[in-house]
Design a protein around this ligand. Structure first.
Ligand SMILES: [Ca+2]
Length: 114
């Protein structure tokens, strides 16, 4: 199991729906998104791929707190963060304690002929 990686709007919509269906809209969640490598490039730690699709909340990523926000979380709907932020992404300190969303690993094989 890995922290979730979100590669498309369909992935993002599915995760948002699952959060709502399970009654966790009031909770914030970790994803595997991080820029800890070079503090510039966002990657999904779960699968090693670049972050291409994004679902940032308005004004995010803002790298608040002296450039220490290097991980991606999903906002709750508690309206602390303003309108149109529910279940959108935020850059946040990687040391925060939040709920997690995991996914099963997808192992990809390449077949070679001999
Ligand atoms: Ca932020």
């Amino acid at each position: 199991m890995n922290l979730v990686s979100i590669s498309s709007k369909a992935d993002s919509d599915q995760i948002t729906q699952q959060i709502k269906d399970q009654g966790h809209e009031g909770s914030a969640f970790w994803t595997s998104g991080t820029k800890l490598g070079d503090n510039i490039t966002w990657l999904w730690m779960g699968n090693g791929r670049p972050v291409s699709f994004t679902n940032w909340a308005p004004g995010q990523p803002d790298n608040l707190n002296h450039y220490t926000e290097s991980c991606i979380n999903i906002f709750s709907n508690d309206m602390v963060w303003g309108p149109n932020t529910a279940q959108k992404w935020n850059d946040i300190r990687c040391s925060r304690e939040l709920n997690i969303i995991c996914e099963e690993s997808l192992i990809e094989y390449e077949y070679c002929s001999t």
